[in-house]
Ligand binder design. Sequence first.
Ligand code: NAD
Ligand code: ZN
Length: 341
Amino acid sequence: MKALSKLHSKPGIWMTDVEIPEPGHNDLLIKIRKTAICGTDMHIYHWDEWSQKTIPVPMVVGHEYVGEVVGMGQEVAGFKVGDRVSGEGHITCGHCRNCRAGRRHLCRNTYGVGVNRQGSFAEYLVIPALNAFKIPDNISDELASIFDPFGNAVHTALSFDLVGEDVLITGAGPIGIMAAAVARHVGARHVVITDINDYRLELAKKMGATRTVNVGREKLPDVMKEIGMTEGFDVGLEMSGVAVAFRDMLSSMNHGGKIAMLGIPPGEMAIDWSQVIFKGLILKGIYGREMFETWYKMASLIQSGLDLSPIITHQFSVDDYQKGFETMGSGESGKVILNWQ
Ligand code: NAD
Ligand code: ZN
């Protein structure tokens, strides 16, 4: 089968031919229809320090996808051939304390699809049936293919009550933008989002941010004054992984504010801890998606009218994967989808 693989220990990704994977007793064999390119895939593409330490070569990458069940192991229940599925990219151990308590997103032995084991940039993918999520009929293939990052946005945004709250999102990458859409949809008042990229801020505005702030030109305290915020943000969603953005967030929070942190800083990040202590802030780290509450919420949010479609800005045939990666790397895109059929 065709697959996009990290064949060499250097920047790039290559189309190759590999064996169709065999489903084990508890696995599904999925024929891939669409995949989306994640920030993680861009790290692997550029072969940064993290990828060099993490990714075995050769390796089929990718973990954002939608496809159709075409085969399954003998122990699988609850799925049938023809089901349309996406899947949770974190494969958990099932035997640690958190897994056994139903908190699988906190598994300490997590394996990543397309990171630690063969991924979805291929004509076929095998995953444990436990990780698959059936897509309701009224949700398009396009949207289903981005459920993984949408899930990061939903998990982060719904960590705290947003109804009637003032929300600050730092980082208008695809995930930050989707989080803005979710915050607005569930009833936040001000949804302010920061970035240094005007293309992405424009997209965030289209999708529900009530005020965008290019921090290269405007200062957050001035914006807060302009929109009549006298105290500070109630909830912060950190989605940039950039230290200065997080520091801006800390100093703009109201006392008792709550911050959910998804962005991954490249290294250690110094902050003024007195902001956290004297304001009584609550910080929560977010990894992945809750299994499977986040997935149910994603489907329900779309079914209750959340319009995510503007975030998908580009689609290419997989034969044009190079263009796809270049578009994603340009900063002038939302989600970029590769079509496998
Ligand atoms: P992204 O890199 O596309 O988005 C980050 C955005 O932050 C970019 O648009 C960038 O321009 C912006 N930015 C840069 N400097 C800024 C500043 N000073 N102030 C405000 N914004 C600034 O990433 P993404 O795919 O949207 O993901 C968001 C973050 O979440 C990334 O750090 C990613 O690594 C991380 N992530 C974490 C998990 C997890 O499970 N914890 C999962 C997926 C992604
Ligand atoms: Zn576990």
